[in-house]
Design a protein around this ligand. Sequence first.
Ligand SMILES: Nc1ncnc2c1ncn2[C@@H]1O[C@H](COP(=O)(O)OP(=O)(O)OP(=O)(O)O)[C@@H](O)[C@H]1O
Ligand SMILES: [Mg+2]
Length: 470
Amino acid sequence: MTALGKLFRTTAFKLSLAFFAIFAIGSGLVLGRVAFSVKGLLDAQIEQVIEAEVNGLQEQFVQGGVRRLIDTIDKRAREPGSSIYLVKRADGTTVVGNVGALAPGALDRAGALETFYARAGESEPHRRALTRVVFIRGGELRIVVGRDLEERERLRKVMGRALLSSLIYLALFGLAGGLFMAFRVLRRVDAMNASAQRIMAGDLAQRLPVAGSGDELDRLASNINAMIARIGELMAGMREVSDNIAHDLKTPLTRLRNHAENALRVGREEKDYRAALDRMIEEADGLIRIFNALLMIARAEAGAASAAMTRLDAGEIATSVAELYEPVAEEGRLRLDVAAGTGLFLRGNRELVSQAVANLLDNALKYGRPADQADASGEVRVTARRQGEEIVIEVADRGPGVPEQDRERVLGRFVRLEESRTAPGFGLGLSLAAAVAHLHGGRLRLDDNAPGLRVTLALPAERASADVAS
Ligand SMILES: Nc1ncnc2c1ncn2[C@@H]1O[C@H](COP(=O)(O)OP(=O)(O)OP(=O)(O)O)[C@@H](O)[C@H]1O
Ligand SMILES: [Mg+2]
C-alpha cells in the first residue's frame, strides 16, 4: 500500500474529512442566513424610503394637482442619487423622469416590484431596482418611484465572495490539519508496529515507544508494555524453573543411574540387587515428590485451583495437620502445641491449604530444634485465629530461625539455606506455601520468634458466613 493509500484509510484522516464537511455545511448555513437577513433588512429600508417619497408626492398632488406633482418629480429626478423617477402616459410617452427604459411589463400593474431599468441615455434595462408604480386618473398617468439596488447587489457579491473564500480557507486548513494529524498518528502507530514486530521476533526486552503526552496512544503503549513486562517475568520464571528442574533432577537421576550401574558391576547375590533396587525406588520416590510439589506450585500460581474453592475451617485444618505430624514431633522429641479457634471460615482449596500448613509444620519440626541439643522442651506452636478480616495460621518454633536478609529468598523455588543441607528436602516447601497464599489473595510472612522462626499464613476470611459463625 502506498503512503497516501495508508493515510486515506486512517481514522484520523476520515475524522478530519468528516469534520471538514460538517464545518463547511455549518459555515455555509451561517453565512447564507446572515446574507438573507441583511438583504431582507436592506429591502425593508428601501421600501420605507420609497413609501415616504410616494406619500410626499401624494401630498403635492392633493395640494397642487398634476401640474405641481410633475414639477416636483421633475425637480427630484434631476438631483443626483440612486432614486429613480418616471412619469408616463398611458400611450407610452414619457412626461418626465431620469429613466431611459424599464423592463417590459413593469408599468402594467400598480404596486411594488423588483425589476430592471436603464438610466436616461441608456436603452438596455440592465440595472436592478425596487419600484413602486402609482396610477393616477384611472391609469392615464403612470408614475414610477424607485431606488437603484446596485448597493444591495454589491453587498450580495461581497457576501458571496466571503462565503466562497471562507470555504476555501476551511478546506485548506481542515485538510492540512487532518493530514498533519493523520501523519503524526500514523508515524507513532508505525513505530509501535515496528516494535511489536521486534518483540514478536523474540526480543522481549523491546518496549513500545511512549511519547510522554499521556494520550490514548501513550496509555495503550504503556499498558502493552506492562503486559510485555509481565510476559517477560513469567517467561523468566518458567526458564528459571526449568533450569532448576534440570539442575535439581540431574543429581537424583544420576544417583539412580549409578545405583543400577553399581549393582550390575559389583552385585554377586540376590540381596545386593535387592538393596540396589530399594535405593532406586527411594530415589524415584524423591523424584516423584519433587514433581508433585512443582506441579502443585504451578497449579496454585496459574490460579487453576480457584475452581476447587470450598468453605474451609482453618482451625480444623490446623488441628488435623498437626495430628498428622504428632508422631514426627514425638520422634524428634519436640513438643507440638496446637491452639486453634473455632468458626475460622475461609474460601479456599482444601488440598492446597492443608499442604501449605503441612509444609510449614514440616519445616518447624525439621529445622526448629533449639541450639541446645540437651533441651528437649523445644516446642513448636501451631495457632489458628481470626485477625480483623483475615484468618491467620501461624507456625512458630524455637530453632535457629532464618536471618532477616534470607527471609524473602527462601520463598523461591529450590532455595535452601546452607545450614539445612544435611536435612532432606528440595527447597520447595515455602514456595508452595507462598503460592497458595497468593492464590487465595493472602500472604506468607516470615518473622523472628526470638529465638526461632514464626511463619504466618494470612488468608482473607469468608465474609458474611464467617460473621454468622462467630
Ligand atoms: N523453621 C525454620 N527454621 C529455620 N530455617 C528454615 C525454617 N523453615 C525453612 N527454613 C529454611 O528455608 C529453606 C527453604 O525451606 P523450604 O520448606 O522451602 O524447603 P526445604 O524444607 O529445604 O525442602 P522441602 O520443603 O521442599 O522438603 C530451608 O531449606 C531452610 O534453610
Ligand atoms: Mg520444607
